[in-house]
Design a protein around this ligand. Structure first.
Ligand SMILES: [Zn+2]
Length: 51
């Protein structure tokens, strides 16, 4: 399998900016729709968008 080709496919498939959500308390990266940290239960989540 060609990793560069796979990555290019993935990049072309996604739409909009990449959203990264990270717990402000423990630093766990949450899934896109996460509202609360599965690790520590904190709802204080930092949200970053990478265009
Ligand atoms: Zn946390």
């Amino acid at each position: 399998m060609n990793i560069a080709g796979t990555l290019r496919q993935w990049l072309s498939k996604r739409s909009g900016p990449l959203v990264i959500q990270e717990c402000r308390n423990c630093g766990t990266t949450l899934s896109d729709d996460g509202v609360e940290c599965p690790n520590c239960g904190s709802t204080s989540v930092a949200r970053y968008e990478v265009p």
